[in-house]
Ligand binder design. Structure first.
Ligand code: FE2
Length: 294
């Protein structure tokens, strides 16, 4: 099977053309896709027709399929008992049934984040497939955190070297948790390195995001906020972004270690239905853990 790779930007994102990913892929094709994914972090496959089993089969070539995290009652499925909703597939949708969302993260904007960075072993990759989209909005913006790190001034690199950050998440999509009033034990959270080393490329990647990164270890709250604000600005710089405008039938997969993503607002009254699978990951490796690979 042959395919072509079309980079979307100089630093992140590529469209793969010429493949029907609903069918089994040979080893050479899979190797080529792995190469493209390592180079571009975000791969886009247009015009795909995938039922849950076909999407699951495609995802499974990349690793072990991740189980959904449902530790908190607020993050459990609410009103959907259809075939799409089980332990590994997750519907991201604003569609309501009997007044309750059939999926998660239903409405509106969602700030930049790394999926599950608040877990000890975050998902390695996510695979989102679009089935219904609104007339406008609901775009997904991806940012290369390797490129963001490379653009940091020395002053900021030195400020974050060797430090950890508190990643936490409840269900807020466009504001941060108020840790002055909230017990951290009541939400999912983890201390993570502020810079990770990518397991395949060896490159450093900034590992902070506006939605989920809350406190820098060892700094006062004021110092922490000031530092994080600067880092968010570098991470969200348009120069390191690919902005995906969805069409029905798109399958977009992203590297959850060296990219973060955000969703733009969209009309609340229009339907949006996406199906997500993930590949499970291992604990994040800090950039400074393995100096020999630097
Ligand atoms: Fe996400």
């Amino acid at each position: 099977m042959s395919f072509t790779v079309h980079p979307m930007t100089p630093v992140i994102g590529a469209e793969i053309r010429g493949l029907d990913i609903s069918r089994p892929l040979d080893a050479e094709t899979v190797a080529g896709l792995r190469h493209a994914w390592r180079d571009h972090a975000v791969l886009v496959f247009r015009d795909q027709q995938l039922d849950p089993d076909q999407q699951r089969a495609f995802v499974s070539i990349w690793g072990t399929i991740g189980k959904r995290s449902q530790a908190l009652p607020s993050q459990r499925p609410r009103a959907w008992d259809g075939p799409d909703y089980n332990a590994d597939a997750m519907l991201v949708s604003n569609i309501r049934k009997d007044g309750k969302p059939i999926g998660v993260l239903p409405d509106g904007e969602m700030w930049f984040h790394h999926d599950m960075c608040y877990a000890a072993a975050p998902n390695r990759a996510s695979f989102l497939y679009s089935m219904e989209i609104p007339s406008h909005g609901g775009d997904t913006h991806f940012a290369s955190m390797s490129a963001a790190y490379d653009r940091l001034p020395d002053r900021l690199r030195e400020a974050i070297e060797g430090r950890r950050v508190l990643q936490a998440f409840d269900e807020l999509q466009d504001r941060r948790l108020d840790l002055d009033t909230l017990s951290i034990e009541s939400v999912k959270h983890a201390w993570q390195p502020m810079v990770l080393r990518h397991p395949e490329t060896g490159r450093r990647a900034l590992y902070v995001n506006r939605l989920m990164s809350h406190r820098v270890e060892g700094l006062s709250p004021q110092e922490s906020e000031a530092l994080l604000d600067e880092l968010f600005t570098y991470g969200e710089d348009p120069a390191v972004r690919y902005e995906h405008v969805w069409k029905v039938g798109d399958l977009v997969m992203w590297d959850n270690l060296n990219s973060m993503h955000a969703r733009t607002d969209f009309p609340r009254e229009e339907r949006r239905l996406m199906r997500r699978f993930t590949i499970s990951g291992t604990p994040v490796t800090a950039a400074w853990e393995d100096a020999s690979a630097a």
